[in-house]
Design a protein around this ligand. Structure first.
Ligand code: FAD
Ligand code: SIN
Length: 520
């Protein structure tokens, strides 16, 4: 027998988007924030570089707008970008009023530079722990709200949807399934980097929200656009720890294994070229020199400056026996961010009534085909807030909630799950990575389909198995969209279609059709 609970607002995920939404909804009714690990375990917590916002004396909202549009390579939703850059400053000032301590120079906020920004506009905290500071402030604020409850280690398994209307979600706590009925459900489950063998994302980023929404009949958009961060630590047996772009913003340089600087050969902006360009340039150097990595060199920067500006990166690398002040650090690209996701309007509304989405799980179109660095913490704040505003209005118009759901429980051997998970992640990395082509994508599809067929239409209550069921859906959606997009734009680069060919402006959407994935 499963337990039933009722809440006004169910928020799934406790990163920047979910917490910001919770703060707003806390004054409209009872809010449950369900999160599958500790509340802090999220991409937000590990964000290093900072948050982009047009607040410095030398900057303007219009310039932030232009840079974002340029990075998006022609596929941004201009309305969504306008909202991001113009509402961003208010959301950041609010955060500062709630106690966020961004770094300062004297009495003024300190701004740094990252790739493809034409102004210094990245706010940072404790040097390179910006996400942790934002998460700290939001969690404190949420904890002060009487009507908001956080449920840790509570994993959403599936949405409860009947006749195109969402009534909440099935939650898994321990081995107990809880039917959580809500007037409104907000997906804030973050990204899907774990679908790839090499990723900067934490373990929780398995694309659960995208897969749940897909199964429930939501439309997903722009799934072929995955951003690969150029500089993640490369060393056998060591995680792909992120080496922030802010290091290059402060002067770090890329060298191939022969010690040669190479970025100027690829782009006039050198190390600060757009992320996709830097990632592809690194791969090209790796191929040329037959190596597994290149080096990030910051040994010419002042030692004390590095330690003070990047304390967390310095100490984490030291734990892995790399001293960034003295050594060149081996790096190579890793999956970092997905521009696509559950399609929403600029108020977080999906095509399913009562279901909203915000943050990395969502696709408002704000990032187009390639995200401008440090725009996503801002996205979580701006669109978490907006989704909550629209959700609270929708809840007042809400009808009674349904409560029918029963399912038989399936299981698959743990060893088989691990094997399929690794096969999926490796396939995605090798065939649907930084550089793709029709042949590699078709090969990926052939490997992914049997896993998809084995997992889909089943109901599991083991978190690791549920994650694989979600990851394979997301992997398949990325692959299908990448196959369908027969041109190269933004972060999607195909060697068999190297240019933007006629029709490139069309966005690709994905939905469930019978038991398969339909691109439309
Ligand atoms: P997240 O912060 O990832 O939160 C998702 C939440 O959902 C988590 O709490 C997770 O546990 C929960 N969850 C997932 N599935 C379920 C489920 N089934 N049931 C219940 N809960 C679930 N962006 C910037 O703007 N600036 C940066 O400097 C920056 N640096 C980054 C560094 C790293 C290492 C990484 C990985 C990303 C970085 N990004 C940065 C990107 C940015 O951090 C993320 O895009 C953003 O934080 C996403 O916020 P979110 O709230 O959408 O998701
Ligand atoms: C970084 O610090 O390089 C990550 C910034 C981002 O992904 O926005």
């Amino acid at each position: 027998m499963s337990e039933k609970i009722y809440t006004d607002y169910l928020i799934i995920g406790s990163g920047v988007a979910g917490l910001r939404a919770a703060i707003e909804l806390g004054s409209h009714g009872n809010v449950l924030v369900a999160t599958k690990d500790l509340p802090t375990e999220s991409s937000t917590e590990y964000a290093q570089g900072g948050v982009a916002v047009a607040l410095s004396d030398e900057d303007e909202i219009g310039i932030h707008f232009e840079d974002t549009i340029k990075a998006g390579d022609g596929l941004c939703n201009e309305e969504a970008v306008k909202i991001l850059v113009s509402e961003g400053p208010e959301r950041i000032m609010e955060l500062i009023n709630w106690g966020a301590e961004f770094d300062k120079e004297g009495s003024k906020l300190a701004f740094t530079l990252e790739a493809a920004h034409s102004r210094k506009r990245i706010l940072h905290a404790h040097g390179d722990s910006t996400g942790r500071e934002i998460e700290r402030v939001l969690i404190n604020k949420v904890s002060s709200l009487e009507r908001v409850t956080k449920a840790s280690f509570t994993m959403a398994v599936d949405l409860i949807v009947e006749e195109g209307r969402c009534y909440g979600a099935l939650l898994l706590k321990g081995d107990k399934i809880i039917k959580c009925f809500s007037k409104v459900t907000v997906l804030a489950t973050g990204g899907a980097g774990q679908v790839y063998a090499r990723t900067t994302n934490p373990k929780v980023c398995t694309g659960d929200g995208m897969a749940m929404a897909f199964r429930a009949g939501a439309h997903l958009k722009d799934m072929e656009f995955v951003q690969f961060h150029p500089t993640a630590l490369y060393a056998p047996g060591i995680p792909a720890f992120l080496l922030s772009e802010a290091l290059r913003g402060e002067g770090a340089r890329l060298r191939n294994i022969n010690g040669e600087l190479f970025m100027k050969n690829y782009h006039h902006l050198g190390e600060l070229a757009p992320r996709d360009v830097v990632s592809r340039s690194i791969i090209s150097e790796m191929v040329k020199t037959k190596s597994t990595h290149v080096y990030l060199d910051m040994t010419h920067l002042e030692e004390n400056f590095i330690k003070k500006r990047f304390p967390s990166i310095y100490s984490t690398c030291l734990r892995f026996n790399f001293d960034i002040t003295k050594q060149w650090i081996p790096v190579s690209p890793a999956a970092h961010f997905i521009m696509g996701g559950v399609e929403t309007d600029v108020w977080g509304r999906t095509n399913i009534e009562g279901l909203f989405a915000a943050g990395e799980v969502a696709c408002t179109g704000v990032h187009g085909a390639n995200r401008l660095a440090s725009n996503s913490l801002l996205e979580g704040l701006v669109y978490g807030y907006r989704a909550a505003c629209a959700a609270s209005e929708y809840a007042y118009r809400r009808q009674n909630i349904s409560n029918s759901f029963e399912s038989k429980i399936d299981s698959i051997e743990a060893s088989e799950i691990s094997k399929m998970r690794e096969e999926l992640r490796q396939t995605m990395w090798e065939k649907v990575g930084v550089i793709r082509c029709g042949k590699s994508l078709s090969q990926a599809k052939t490997k992914i389909i049997p896993i998809y067929e084995k997992m889909t239409e089943k109901f599991f209550i083991d978190p690791y198995t549920i994650e694989l069921k979600n990851m394979v859906v997301v992997g398949l959606m990325i692959t299908e969209a990448a196959l369908a997009r027969k041109n190269s734009v933004g972060a999607h680069y195909r060697t068999d279609y190297r240019e933007k060919l006629p029709g490139w402006e069309k966005h690709l959407r994905i939905r469930k059709k019978d038991t398969t994935v339909e691109v439309f």
